[in-house]
Ligand binder design. Structure first.
Ligand code: UDX
Ligand code: UDX
Length: 472
């Protein structure tokens, strides 16, 4: 029998999603034992590190939650089998990257890790289990997971729930603690209903009942993709307008403010930028596009694909503006990137606009210097390798080592620069002594503000040539 209340939860995958989500569940449900398991021993060791500064991900408020619950009812381990045996409810929170090979390459989600988890659960389980999809998945994945679970020779029942994550990085703990809504999709049979009750019971320890939405599995899966597609579409919409502002002399922030006051539109996700990044937006839209093509809806697919194309255009436009402004060449010029993360308050760099802007400038032989308060040199090098740059010089192609310098403090990073490109909206950038920075730069000194956070007027008065996004 599928239980309608659980005392033990296991989460497979201790990443950006699994880690914070389980920490918040453990904090709010001291009566439930929460085990987080992961195949990566370094990650688990970091989650177990005595020194909370060494947790594998940085999220405001995470340390405090881990400090409270770890060792009490929150445990991190590499023993996946034991985790599966112990958990009455098992969250699958492993990564689902865009496929890099075969059918659906570059578009579809790679479900190999999810499938491996399902097979392992089926093999190891010694009782009925509730399996919760936490990873973002294509619609109808629950059905596949169920088939895999039942195909293994087992007499146990499995109920599959879809419980998509809406947390945003940098505000994950607050988003989890004060969720706008929590969506739970389940099957309509009795086991499905019990499973939904069990998960509602967990979340209702801190989330008001009226914010817990229960739906069919497919609606829940599709809601996640749609939510991200619509959010990304807002960013691409305002970024499209930013290009027009630059041509016409309008100011995109004024336009965003004016339209955002319309209560039907609202102010959020209208901040023009160098382009959206992160592990979800692009991946989820491409997934949606793939799904539409699969179901023979080419017009719908093209409509959503344009959101991603516009984002690529925005990143390219930013890089091109730098080259054009620096008298059509950046070869041998020092360009300092402030920020590398895909947004502030996170060390995550997945799909960050900085990577693509850097690649374009490096192809044009710029000397790039980077300062980001949270991102390491190793990560930056890895990101550039992933877009095809080689670590060392090859023939007349420069390697990453010679063309990029990563700094651990901001002022040396900007000394003798020809231009500064602000890629991430870290608050500290606003507090710098821009007069001093100006004095130590080559003239004319350029600032390309990819987030429109600096004080344009003040910078111009100092002497900078300041270029924001969508500032005509
Ligand atoms: C991932 C996906 O990117 C996202 O789409 C989904 O919604 C949730 O899962 P995230 O938590 O950010 O998000 O991924 P990541 O930080 O890469 O963590 C995944 C973890 O799963 C890794 O620590 C990895 O070691 C672990 N893993 C992966 C397993 O434990 N077992 C596997 O078979 C595969
Ligand atoms: C997103 C969704 O918000 C979250 O609900 C989902 O669970 C995961 O994907 P995340 O990727 O962490 O979260 O960050 P988000 O705050 O949505 O920002 C995504 C990207 O869009 C960032 O690069 C951000 O800088 C950019 N952005 C966001 C803009 O350029 N302008 C905006 O107005 C808002």
């Amino acid at each position: 029998m599928i239980p309608s209340q659980v005392k033990t939860i296991t989460c497979i995958g201790a990443g950006y999603v699994g880690g914070p989500t389980m920490a918040v569940i453990a904090k709010n449900c001291p009566h439930i034992t929460v085990n987080v398991v992961d195949i990566n021993p370094e990650r688990i060791a970091a989650w177990n590190d005595e020194n909370l500064e060494n947790l594998p991900i940085y999220e405001p408020g995470l340390k405090e939650v881990v400090a409270e619950a770890r060792g009490r009812n929150l445990f991190f381990s590499t023993d996946v089998d034991q985790g599966i045996r112990d958990g009455q409810m098992i969250f699958i929170s492993v990564n689902t990257p865009t496929k890099t090979y075969g059918t659906g390459k570059g578009m579809a989600a790679d479900l190999k890790y999810v499938e491996l988890c399902a097979r392992q659960i089926a093999k190891v389980a010694q009782e009925d289990k509730i399996v919760v999809e936490k990873s973002t998945l294509p619609v109808r994945t629950a059905e596949s997971i169920k088939r895999i679970l039942q195909a293994e020779d087992t007499e146990h029942n499995f109920a599959i729930l879809s419980n998509p994550e809406f947390l945003a990085e940098g505000t994950a703990i607050d988003d989890l603690q004060h969720a706008d809504r929590m969506l739970i999709g389940g099957e309509e049979d009795e086991n499905g209903q019990h499973a939904m009750e069990a998960l509602v019971d967990v979340y209702s320890n801190w989330i008001p009942r009226e914010r817990l939405i229960t739906t069919r599995v497919w609606s829940s899966e599709l809601s996640k993709l749609t939510a991200n597609a619509v959010l990304a579409q807002r960013v691409s919409s305002i970024n499209a307008i930013s290009a027009l502002c630059e041509r016409t002399g309008a100011d995109v922030d004024e336009v965003a403010h004016a339209i955002g006051m319309d209560s039907r539109i609202g102010p959020k996700f209208l901040k023009a930028s160098v382009g959206f990044g992160g592990s979800c937006f692009q991946k989820d839209i491409l997934n949606l596009v793939y799904l539409c093509r699969h179901f023979n809806l080419p017009e719908v697919a093209d409509y959503w694909e344009q959101v991603v194309k516009l984002n690529d255009y925005q990143k390219h436009r930013f890089a091109k503006n730098i080259v054009d402004s620096l008298f059509n060449t950046v070869s041998g010029k020092k360009i300092t990137f402030l920020g590398w993360a895909f947004k502030k308050d996170t060390n995550d760099t997945r799909e960050s606009a900085a990577i693509y802007v850097a690649k374009e400038l490096l192809d044009d032989h710029a000397e790039i210097h980077v300062y980001d308060p949270k991102v390491t040199k190793e990560q930056i090098f890895k990101d550039l390798e992933a877009v095809g740059m080689s670590p060392l010089a090859k023939g007349d192609e420069r390697g990453i080592e010679e063309s990029i310098t990563v700094h651990t403090s901001p002022y040396p990073a900007m000394e003798q620069a020809h231009a500064i490109a602000l890629l991430t909206e870290w608050d500290e950038f606003k507090t710098y002594d821009w007069q001093e920075i100006y004095e130590n730069m080559h003239k004319p000194a350029f600032v390309f503000d990819g987030r429109n956070i600096l004080n344009a007027k003040e910078l111009a008065e100092i002497g900078f040539t300041y270029k924001g996004i969508g500032k005509g």
